[in-house]
Design a protein around this ligand. Structure first.
Ligand code: NAD
Length: 489
């Protein structure tokens, strides 16, 4: 039975530094459950001195413990044990379902296995990549060696707390770094549990520390700390720009930035079974209540099949039912909080003021107490400059635009700000490949929408959607720096 009592979950309160739960005296902040808006904990944020302590401990621990210098396969062994503990721990699943927007069934069936498997992927990388040898004079040897950065600062958003933490910590730890991670202040607890399990698995205490608090105070102190040599961030484009600027001014640190998106779903009249396509489009914009960076929120459909596709989508949207995340039967995610609810409502209002029509949804579900469950919403009659087409809404809202010719569809699919991903739905191979080439996005999915369990495929955005890659070998290699060496005999 997956259902659990939200009042009976034991919370790992505080920061997690050097293998201990630490309470500090920073500003207090309340943490609410998305499903019913109830405050279930109050935490104190880490100020600059607290962050300094966590970073200093990480800096020492990675050297003293031998984590950076041990045989890479030993790091791999610890990470594999960690992944096993993550899969076995029932508290972790409950903490994630309680505090995030993910229904517990989704956490258990997808989020936890996905998190554990990402860590296993990086355990395998630990001893697979080396430097290089260069052709030089006989009397010298030129080479490139790789080494860890030292301390990596990681900052994650609230929409997928566990898997985002695994994408940051897996490659960084496998490459021999220490990590100081700040989860979102909206979803602080599951990441702490993950770090406890890492220590149980044999990760030396202090090599992974978690600091709690806001972006402006705790996040800023982490990004600008002189001993943090690299920053890996996932979150909004506005925050990413701020972090890039802070990192440039405080040590010219490399940054990996996984940012926002406004991804198109380009459906041609030869897309195949229309029921299958409708299901795919629905999942693409309603998964996690639309609160996914990769959400496919712009439907661009060839006119000949627009009416039947919208008919099916309307029926599917109406069948969605809300339910609290701790109920094992719930499948549909609430919005994270009231602020996010107001944002969704305001963009829909602005879209309507510019001529948009609501085909279905457009409102919060009634009778969901203080939880912000938003009805799957279809908006049509939209010009390209309508705010609902332009802005990342981060809610279950799909804009619908139609086109006649391929070229027009591709033009509508382009976005000035974002280039995270795109879906192309057609059974014509030449058409699919033309679209793949034309679309300016870091990922293009053809006849599917969403990631697979292939961790080897990196993910990352173009344009305002980011810099660098998470997942794949690329993320591991980005956690190592390269040193050129020339030896004269
Ligand atoms: P956000 O940018 O508001 O916050 C993300 C994290 O950054 C939080 O931990 C926050 O406390 C911290 N932060 C805020 N200001 C900071 C600062 N000045 N310095 C350091 N840290 C700071 O984003 P959010 O609302 O938590 O998450 C939603 C956003 O994340 C969406 O835009 C979504 O598209 C994006 N996202 C992107 C990906 C991806 O892989 N591209 C994945 C998930 C989410």
């Amino acid at each position: 039975m997956l259902s659990f009592d939200p009042e009976k979950v034991s919370l790992p309160v505080g920061h997690y530094i050097n293998g201990h739960h630490i309470q500090t005296q920073g500003a207090a902040f309340a943490v609410k459950r998305p499903s019913d808006g109830k405050i279930y904990a109050t935490l104190r944020e880490a100020d600059a001195a607290d962050v300094d302590r966590a970073v200093q401990i990480a800096h020492q621990a990675v050297k003293i413990s031998g984590w950076a210098g041990c045989a890479p396969r030993e790091r791999g062994r610890v990470l594999r044990r960690w992944a096993d503990l993550i899969e076995q721990d029932s508290l972790l699943a409950q903490l994630e379902a309680l505090g995030s927007t993910r229904p517990v069934s989704d956490v258990v069936q997808h989020e936890i296995p996905f998190t554990a498997e990402a860590i296993r992927f990086y355990a395998e990388c630990a001893d697979k990549y080396s430097g290089d040898l260069f052709p030089t004079r006989d009397s010298s040897l030129g080479m490139l060696i790789t080494e860890p950065y030292g301390v990596i600062g990681a900052i994650t958003p609230w929409n997928f707390p566990l898997s985002m933490a695994s994408w940051k910590c897996g490659p960084a730890l496998a490459a021999g770094n220490a990590v100081v991670l700040k989860p979102s202040e909206l979803t602080p607890f599951s990441t702490v549990r993950m770090a406890e399990l890492a220590v149980q698995a044999g990760l030396p205490a202090g090599v992974l520390n978690i600091v709690q608090g806001s972006g402006a105070v705790t996040g800023h102190a982490l990004v600008t700390h002189p001993l943090v040599r690299k920053v890996s961030f996932t979150g909004s484009t506005v925050t990413g720009a701020r972090i890039m600027s802070d990192a440039a001014q405080h040590g010219m640190k490399p940054v990996t930035l996984e940012l926002g998106g406004k991804s198109p779903q380009l459906v041609f009249d030869d897309a195949g079974d229309i029921d299958v396509v409708a299901q795919r489009i629905l999942r693409g914009f309603t998964a996690n209540g639309g609160q996914a960076c990769v959400a496919g929120t712009r439907l661009i459909v060839q006119r000949a099949i627009a009416a039947p596709l919208l008919d099916r989508l309307t029926v599917l949207c109406r069948s969605v039912q809300p339910g609290v995340t701790w109920d094992g039967d719930s499948r549909y995610a609430p919005l994270i909080d009231e602020r996010q609810g107001n944002k969704v409502a305001s963009v829909i209002a602005a879209a309507k003021a510019q001529g948009a029509e609501v085909l279905v949804g457009g409102e919060r579900f009634a009778d969901t107490a203080e939880g912000w469950f938003w009805q799957p919403t279809l908006l049509c009659n939209l010009a390209q400059d309508n705010p609902a087409v332009q802005q990342e809404i981060f809610g279950p809202v799909l804009t619908v635009q139609t086109f006649e010719e391929e070229e027009e569809g591709l033009r509508l699919a382009a976005h000035e700000i974002y280039g995270l991903c795109a879906g192309v739905h057609t059974l014509s191979l030449p058409r699919a490949l033309r679209a793949m080439r034309a679309i300016e996005a870091g990922t293009v999915w053809i006849n599917r929408y969403g990631r697979s369990g292939d961790f080897i495929i990196p993910t990352g955005g173009f344009l305002g959607s980011g810099i660098g890659k998470d997942l794949g070998r690329q993320a591991f290699q980005a956690c190592q720096r390269q040193k050129s060496v020339l030896i004269d005999f």
